[in-house]
Design a protein around this ligand. Sequence first.
Ligand code: HEM
Length: 504
Amino acid sequence: MKMSILHKFRPPHLINRQSCAKVFSCYTRRTSATTTTNEGTKPTHSVKPFSEMPEALSGPRFISMFYFIYLYITKKSPALTSFYTTMKQKHDYAKTVFQAPEKEHRRFKLQLMDFFTKKNNFQKPLALLDGKEWEVQRKPTQEKMLRPAVVANYVPLIEKVTDDFIEKLGRKDKTEDLFTDLLNYATESVGMLCFNKRLGCMENDNNPVAVNVRKLFEMLGTSVMRPRKSHMTPDSKFYQEYEKETFEFTKIAGDLIDSQKVLLTKMKDEGRLEKYLEEEPNFLHSLLSDPRVTEESATSMVTTLFGAGIETSANTLTFVLTDLSLYPDKQKTLYEEIQRVVGDSTNLTKEHLARMSYLKACVKESLRRTFPLSSGTGRYLETDLEVGGYEIPKDTLVVVNSALMSNDERFFPRPTEYLPERWLRDTEGELTVSRNFPFAYTPFGNGPRSCLGQRFAENEIFIAVIKIIQNFQISLPAGVTEIKSDYTLFRTPSEKVTLYFKKR
Ligand code: HEM
């Protein structure tokens, strides 16, 4: 029965890797029947072919990828679940895969986005590039996005957006749709990074930018989790709607970028640019003034960041706030830390952020408990690789299921509980062993292709949580004991979440 389901979709060379037992031995190497030691070339243990691996799949790659993740994660397939059970007792598969040699850093692509770009001859965004092309775009942006000192310059900009959000929350004692409110907040906040401009998303849920962004992500999520051939059929209703929304999104971003460019040129002509840049960081300007970056790729990069930085942060913030509401004692400890470090000050500094270890632990714990991705990081192998005694051929897409790993009690004792303390140094031994094995916690991915917006997202989330908890005691309606979540592109609440905000 199980194989007939798999064969029906003829799924691909795709395996989902799990880690691992208490002894973490990495044995990443090219598949070979021999190995060279000081004593010369010796036969090693036998390596079984991929076709013999339990639940190894073959067939058209992307369709099976979708089904594999979907079936696996939702645990609807006993076959795939048993794969986890058998493999997890063995060696350090996650580390083996994460440390496999890579030059191209090829990641699984959103097929619908790829199809759209090819059909319309659009410049490929970063997420669809590999190898040299990817590196050329990524490198200059990474230098600006992942250096804590550079990202810290954006604290005052995010803070202004957050202050308005707090003011909005203060006008009512509850929200009935926390996630949508946070989507609007995140759009506004990443909008400041990308365009140095307020978009007005928080004032009006029906703001065209917010509506467009919501629709686009919803459709991308559907295309990943419930794939249909018609999604990529140009005259299907679904595809046409996706195309319309993507054109709209690109136009919104393009217009905002153009008006920024006009403004920057005007300031330069009037001799005001230098002074302005001393007062406010401008990401677009920093890209445009980098000789390695063309105007076209600056536009593409800013558009990519705008797209990538909304759902991700909004979902994470949703779960941080609901966790703090489900565990009022943790909220109290966090409030005490905020009082101690920030007091009633309304101006946050990077020094404040640096001293808030409990806050950081709370955010990490929410990302662990409700892992943000549907499964985890996937890469196409660039060489043959031995994993768990099987030979995985080059070009196989391997997805490390970090979502399951981050809830595995061997790395995180009492995994279902919300225990920020596990991330604090002095309780490390008791509550987490993950420090010995960092691959068990990778919400921002892994290696050179990891999340480009990590530092920005962390600052944004820290600032929002500080200001919310500084101003309000937050709680869920009586009787709510958990927040159910679904897998779309990112993990998201299954239903609208009501959250109460009681002024302190
Ligand atoms: C809590 C919020 C976020 C989470 C959990 C998250 C997670 C991720 C993950 C898991 C990846 C794939 C990494 C890999 O394959 O190893 C990724 C890639 C990426 N993220 Fe994020 N992200 C977040 C916020 C952001 C923000 C705010 C931005 C932009 C401002 C952003 C921009 C990107 C970009 C551009 C990539 C693609 C990088 C590449 O292909 O080289 N992310 N993110």
